[in-house]
Write a protein that binds this ligand. Structure first.
Ligand code: N01
Length: 524
């Protein structure tokens, strides 16, 4: 079934060119922010979305087998529970239909300008607003909420000769549905979360499938099943049943934080489960050796699948571990000199997370880009949401808000509450600009890195996209998610430098350390 697609890029002309709040991106984060603003009584906002539909990563990742590895009843907005999930772990199409239905139900679609790619954003200090360039013209905004997501820019491998390949080649998140892989010789590069779903989905239809593995991932069982009719009726009609089920999933998943972030030794039981699964599902000793990971479970994202190992055991599937030396116009040559001819290559090599090209396009107060700022000091922010030198800008799914164990929607909603409170505070106190104080940001990051130093992500013996080029983990939240919810419950103005407008004159308010009401106010 094709998804409903609305192209209202013509709306670009009717939307005001200056708004109080401008949201970039309309995945779970941007859409949730738009709904929250609307619920808070704001009408002076716009959502710029480069594609022609809401959904973000769930709109883009349409590869065969795409599904979520967080249970459906938790992987949804708390304010828009869906009693109609058909399975315990939903497939991409069902999640995308859910997101579209939420956009329609909450009536924020007309706030969107679709087909509008943001190409640059600059802080104009004189006017105290953001100047935002897009493919359909320019906007200015008092506040910007960047909700572009961490997994939006495909990372293509830098492999010799890859541009010379003459067959079909596409990234997992840009699946070419015009390409029919039936009966073809196909290569999949990568064995991450995307690849382990693609491989079993396409293996039965292709003639030959070569899976190029650089690092063997840890796999756990996928407890996926269809909900029975009585369960679905109960979710719909039994008061509290769905919330209870959601809380049960949440609580179970939070227990993993102990092993992941605090004491990796508690990951042992999960590793035993994964090893037992591997022994049961991979009988061939040679293949078993190849797929046995060489790092502690949890160091890289733990994957869940019941059909990946069986797919690798198929006659027409080869797991290649020799490492790719070169790609020619019709083949992949590995470092051991073997040449394997292929008709199509699926590049499942992940995303630019700590080095997103979008960072290049945002220029802060001192004229430096977000990319330059992160390049120098690492990808650091305050409460994952604000960054020193970038006043009046809020980042959803910003630094250290990622998770390895549970629903990102929970983190996103925490951030949205924080931003909504910031906007309310700005309104109430006539604040014109807010910028997190460097000391507050530095203190916050020292504490984060201290906590992360005990985690399996830093001690598990693996390389992962969780770490930036300085070797710091700037992507993951190092604790229970309810701790993050607590620190983002209220906007802490005291951590910010602010300017206010009073009687037409600008006033700089320097926040005090403990209570925002103690702020010293000085005229400029
Ligand atoms: O990407 P990845 P992904 N030559 O970065 C390999 C979410 N997600 O798209 O491990 C050869 O995880 C790389 O090897 P190595 C989820 O958060 C969720 O699969 O770096 N190989 C790895 O095997 C996930 O974490 C869901 O040694 C190269 C793979 O490519 C995130 O998206 C589903 C290479 C990349 O794995 C990203 O997942 C899908 C090279 N040059 C995604 N470069 C669910 O909810 C990289 N690799 C189920």
């Amino acid at each position: 079934m094709s998804l409903p697609v609305t192209d209202n890029s013509a709306a670009a002309e009717s939307v005001p060119r200056h708004v109080r709040t401008l949201i970039i991106g309309s995945g779970f984060a941007g859409l949730g922010a738009a709904i929250k603003l609307q619920q808070d009584g704001h009408s002076d906002f716009v959502v710029l979305e480069r594609s022609n539909e809401v959904g973000g990563t769930w709109r883009d990742n349409t590869y065969p087998g795409a599904a979520c590895d967080v249970p459906s009843h938790l992987y949804s907005y708390s304010f828009a529970l869906n009693p109609d999930w058909t399975r315990s772990f939903s497939a991409q199409g069902e999640i995308q239909r859910y997101i579209v239905s939420v956009a329609d139900k909450y009536g924020v679609r007309e706030k969107h300008v679709f087909g509008c790619d943001v190409t640059g954003a600059r802080w104009n200090a004189g006017r105290a607003h953001w100047e935002v360039d897009t493919t359909v013209g320019s906007y200015t905004a008092d506040f910007v909420i960047s909700a572009v997501g961490a997994l939006c820019e495909p990372a293509l491998p830098d492999i010799k000769g890859i541009d010379s390949f003459q067959g079909e080649i596409f990234h997992s998140s840009r699946w070419d549905h015009d390409s029919d892989l039936t009966g073809k010789r196909v290569a999949v590069i990568g064995t991450g979360a995307s690849a382990i779903q693609i491989v079993p989905a396409i293996a039965p239809k292709v003639a030959q499938l070569d899976v190029y593995q650089r690092t063997a991932p840890w796999l756990l069982p996928r407890g996926d099943r269809a909900y029975t009719l009585p369960e679905r009726l109960a979710f719909k009609h039994l008061p509290g049943f769905q919330r209870l089920s959601r809380f049960g999933i949440y609580a179970m998943r939070e227990t993993q934080v102990v092993g992941l972030a605090k004491a990796p030794t508690f990951m042992k039981p999960l590793e035993l489960v994964a090893r037992a699964k591997l022994r049961a599902e991979v009988r061939d000793p040679e293949l078993r050796a190849k797929v046995t990971p060489n790092f502690k479970i949890g160091c890289k994202r733990m994957l869940i699948s019941n059909d990946y190992y069986p797919a690798l055991g198929r006659e027409n599937v080869d797991l290649v571990t020799a490492g790719i030396a070169e790609i020619t116009e019709n083949a992949i040559i590995t470092k051991d000199g073997t040449l394997r001819e292929v008709d199509a290559i699926v590049v499942a090599t992940g995303f630019h997370v700590t080095d997103s090209p979008t960072f290049e396009t945002i220029t802060g107060r001192d004229g430096r880009t977000l990319a330059a700022t992160f390049d120098e000091g690492g990808q650091q922010g305050y409460k994952g949401t604000t960054v020193a030198n970038f006043p009046n800008m809020f980042f959803l799914v910003g630094p250290n808000t990622g998770l390895g164990h549970t629903s990102m929607v929970y983190m996103i909603e925490s951030q949205i509450n924080y931003v909504a409170d910031a906007l309310r505070t700005a309104e109430r106190k006539s604040v014109r600009t807010v910028e997190v104080r460097r000391e507050a940001q530095d203190r916050y990051n020292r504490d984060l890195q201290e906590r992360l130093s005990k985690s399996v992500w830093m001690n598990g013996g693996c390389a992962s996209w969780y770490l930036d080029k300085h070797g710091n983990n700037t992507t993951l939240w190092p604790g229970f998610t309810f701790e993050f919810r607590n620190i983002t419950r209220n906007f802490d103005l005291s951590a910010y430098e602010t300017t206010t407008v009073a009687g037409g004159a600008d006033i700089i308010a320097i926040g005090a350390d403990s209570k925002d009401d103690d702020s010293k106010v000085v005229t400029r």
